[in-house]
Design a binder for this molecule. Structure first.
Ligand code: TZP
Ligand code: MG
Length: 210
């Protein structure tokens, strides 16, 4: 898959009434290079409409587009890939449906899950939640930056740190070995979305290189 560093996930409860497309375009203009549509409440049809609009936006800016959960929606809009949790379709079955060329990302909370995802051919893994987060209801206890260290020293596929990451704690995440970070609230809930993303982009460019 195309290299990425700054990953933003939609979270419309944080958008402060702003339009989904405006919010995500600001994030892209600030340096986000991969976007995920994550919507746990809308109907399938609504998710599809949002996915179509985001596909158009991400094409325009040459940014990678991932859909959470809905493989059918991902295929219908020709998204670049899908993101799946531990309780979603198993990776091998998702791969059969999606084909070899699409990206499959898997959420992991433990090194055993990371190993399994890598062996089964995931394109990247999510590593988290690193810190406490209010953005996910069924979230497990924070895995802490120790889990980042474990993954960084052992796993060879790309991984992205997620969960409670903010401007004030991102240094800890990078120091533990993460070179890619993913956020919902700190990005889409920001008053100045583009400005916040520019700060993260700069931090990743300067401190993320090891
Ligand atoms: N998966 C693990 S933590 C999380 C997801 C989707 C929520 C991240 O949101 P935030 O607002 O960046 O903590
Ligand atoms: Mg899921």
């Amino acid at each position: 898959m195309k290299e990425f560093k700054l990953y933003a996930i939609t979270g419309e409860e944080f958008h402060q009434g702003r339009e989904l497309i405006e919010v995500m375009e600001e994030a892209i203009l600030g340096g986000v290079d991969i976007i995920q549509l994550r919507d746990k409440t809308s109907s399938k049809r609504e998710v599809l409409m949002k996915a179509k609009a985001l596909r158009e936006l991400t094409k325009k800016h040459d940014v990678t587009f991932i859909v959470n959960d809905h493989i059918d929606v991902a295929l219908a809009v020709d998204a670049d890939g899908i993101h799946l949790g531990q309780d979603d379709l198993p990776l091998a079955d998702a791969r059969n449906i999606m084909g070899q060329d699409k990206i499959i990302g898997i959420s992991t909370h433990h090194i055993d899950e990371a190993r399994e995802a890598q062996v089964n051919g995931a394109d990247y893994i999510g590593v988290g939640p690193i810190f406490h987060t209010n953005s996910k209801v069924d979230v497990v206890d924070p895995v802490t930056t120790e889990y980042i260290q474990q993954v960084a020293s052992e796993i060879t596929i790309p991984f992205v740190a997620i969960g409670g990451i903010k401007l004030h704690n991102v240094d800890q995440v990078i120091e533990a070995g993460a070179t890619r970070i993913c956020m919902i609230s700190e990005i889409v809930g920001a008053d100045d979305i583009k400005g916040v993303c520019e700060q993260f982009t700069k931090i990743l460019a300067t401190k993320g290189e090891k």
